[in-house]
Design a protein around this ligand. Structure first.
Ligand SMILES: Cc1ncc(COP(=O)(O)O)c(C=O)c1O
Length: 405
């Protein structure tokens, strides 16, 4: 009996996928040329699975800020902020995030994953209730497991189900924290935040929104879904990441809650891990300036997202419920999904293969994330590849057959 025997079923499933050729969970880019182009297996490849929503990873100002910081302050902080101190950049970045969101407090984390671990395990505890949307990201589920609150899942994006579950808790002591995401990471759909806010008010609960995929994407100022829906005042805590539209790595939360600073000495995923390196802090600050000063990036992203979403939908693919920078195509079964993923890669299109249990409704998904940096020509090339592969695997019909049907 080996230590890893308990993972046998996964090991076998993974082996089956690898036996089909390329390994979707361990792909290597021989070169990354730009936010949207790389080289995979010696072939020029369009990158369509990177969450690089604004294409800022190669932004000259971000790169320069990062390089300057590494020269000035070194490669790493080599410790946590409570034990080993903060660098000036950490404090500056938190001030910038607080200002951007118009909140009193901001706290940064080393990843978005850790921000969620930290918040969900600290904001609620024994005797409290955590109401999680069923399609929540793994980091939210893991944060719930790290803490001691009772976890109640409500049906994805269903305010009535949320209300029903909260009503059952009426009279029980403890706090209730509702958790939703701005844009859901698998299907690209947004949360019905206005309705959630109504429920929250009615029931006296708190609301946390994870804007990981919506910061820099939604809202007039790019603050995310709460801004776009005009409900920011009703959201108690916003959490997010620097690893997507801001093109780096790191997590954050912002809030107006009194005494929020106590989080720095009770939140273990903040306290017991090394802080963000200066280079990352500097590029993130610059990327945030770009989000604030260049709404054109967001507008281009919206146009590109519609281009791909409407294009795939018109071809007959089963896409998600709304146009968004995350465009997912549902596949009938895992072998077909793996084969299509591989065929698209062979045609120079890299996107994500997402398999159950990580997907809603246990459906395999081909998940794309569109960037403002994609050109219309690249997106047309992607649509052409999808057309050929989709027809070859019977996911869509040829145009003539579609007309007859
Ligand atoms: C909704 C959501 N929250 C949090 C995270 C974690 O962010 P990070 O990758 O920066 O740790 C992700 C990552 O994909 C996510 O999709």
């Amino acid at each position: 009996m080996g230590l890893l025997d308990k993972h046998k079923a996964y090991a076998e499933a993974y082996q089956t996928i690898r036996a089909a050729g390329a390994d979707p969970f361990n792909i290597q880019f021989e070169k990354v040329i730009s936010p949207t182009e790389g080289v995979v297996n010696g072939r020029p490849t369009i990158l369509l699975g990177t969450n690089n929503y604004l294409g800022l990873t190669f932004d000259p100002a971000c790169i320069e800020a990062s390089a300057e910081a590494v020269h000035a302050h070194g490669t790493g902080t080599t410790g946590s902020r409570i034990a080993n101190g903060s660098f000036g950049g950490h404090v500056e970045l938190e001030a910038a995030m607080a200002r951007f969101y118009g909140r009193k407090h901001a706290m940064t984390f080393t990843t978005g994953y850790q921000a969620n671990l930290g918040l969900l395990s600290t904001l609620v505890g024994r005797g409290d209730h955590l109401l999680l949307d069923a399609d929540s990201h793994a980091s939210l589920y893991d944060g719930a497991r790290l803490g001691h609150a009772e976890v109640i899942r409500f049906r994805h994006n269903d305010p009535d189900d949320l209300r029903k579950r909260l009503a059952r808790l009426k009279g029980s002591p403890g706090k209730q924290l509702i958790v939703a995401e701005g844009i859901y990471s698998m299907l690209g759909d947004t949360a019905p935040l206005r309705e959630f806010v109504e429920v929250k008010r009615e029931m006296g609960a708190y609301l946390l929104v994870d804007e990981a995929h919506s910061l820099g994407v939604l809202g007039d100022k790019g603050r995310g879904l709460a801004e776009a829906e005009g409900v920011e005042d009703d959201v108690d805590i916003i959490v997010g990441t620097f690893s997507k539209s801001l093109g780096a790595i790191g997590g954050f939360c912002v809030s107006d809650m009194d005494d929020f600073e106590v989080m720095r000495v009770v939140c273990r995923p903040y306290m017991f891990t090394a802080s963000l390196p200066p280079s990352v802090v500097a590029s993130t600050l610059e990327a945030l300036r770009r989000v604030e000063g260049e709404p054109a990036l967001r507008h281009r992203l919206t146009l590109n997202a519609r281009h791909l979403y409407e294009g795939l939908k018109a071809l007959g693919f089963a896409v998600g419920p709304q146009a968004s920078p995350i465009v997912a195509v549902a596949c009938p079964d895992q072998p077909t999904a793996v084969a299509i993923w591989k065929a698209l890669l062979a045609k120079g299109v890299y996107l994500n293969l997402a398999l159950p249990p990580a997907t809603p409704d246990a459906r395999p998904l081909l998940r794309s994330s569109v960037s403002a940096a994609h050109t219309p020509a690249q997106l047309d090339q992607v649509l052409a590849a999808f057309t050929e592969v989709g027809q070859a695997f019977g996911l869509i019909q040829a145009p003539a057959a579609r007309k007859r049907a």
